[in-house]
Design a protein around this ligand. Structure first.
Ligand code: FES
Ligand code: FES
Length: 170
């Protein structure tokens, strides 16, 4: 019989309580326990970045974190960006600049970009490329992804809205 642990994780500002196996990865907790399938699962080896979420505001690859490690912490997934009526600057930037093709990498790209722009709202292209260097895209060649992040930075500067489209969680 596997041993289960009780966890309470705040996901997109809502507490989620569950009994989980200690070996359950955070990405599977989010997808299978919380039903938040926007966080993708690609390589399982900390390589691709499509599983990136914010852990207490810091981007982490959720295939490399155990669900039990998130007990008592705040997680923001791609579903936590923007609001039902308004896209976040990063989401809007990806839309405006055609920053995706198949979309598989997009949730992770947007979460990394969101944390990055909250830290550095006026980045150079080189800084954007460095920030996204842990996220792989097999479709776009990255050009439009970088443009999307630049677009989001400009929107933040003119609107005063955070990269997440809400008050920063830190
Ligand atoms: S699935 Fe986590 S880095 Fe690829
Ligand atoms: S848009 Fe297809 S992997 Fe990035």
């Amino acid at each position: 019989m596997p041993e289960f642990r009780n966890v309470v994780v705040t996901v997109n500002e809502e507490p989620r309580e569950a009994e989980i196996e200690p070996r359950l990865l955070l990405v599977h907790f989010l997808r299978e326990v919380c039903g938040l399938t926007g966080t993708h699962f690609g390589c399982d080896t900390t390589s691709c970045g499509c599983c990136t979420v914010l852990f207490d505001g810091v981007p982490v690859k959720s295939c490399t974190v155990l669900g039990v490690q998130a007990d008592g912490h705040e997680i923001i997934t791609v579903e936590g960006l923007g609001s039902p009526s308004e896209l976040s600057p990063v989401q809007e930037g990806f839309h405006e600049e055609h920053g995706l093709q198949c979309g598989f990498c997009t949730p992770g790209m947007m979460m990394t970009a969101t944390a990055f722009l909250d830290e550095n709202p006026n980045p150079t292209e080189e800084e954007i490329r460095w920030a996204l260097s842990g996220n792989n895209c097999r479709c776009t060649g990255y050009v439009n992804i970088v443009k999307a992040v630049k677009w989001a930075a400009k929107k933040m500067a003119t609107s005063g809205v955070s990269a997440r489209g809400a008050a920063p969680i830190r």
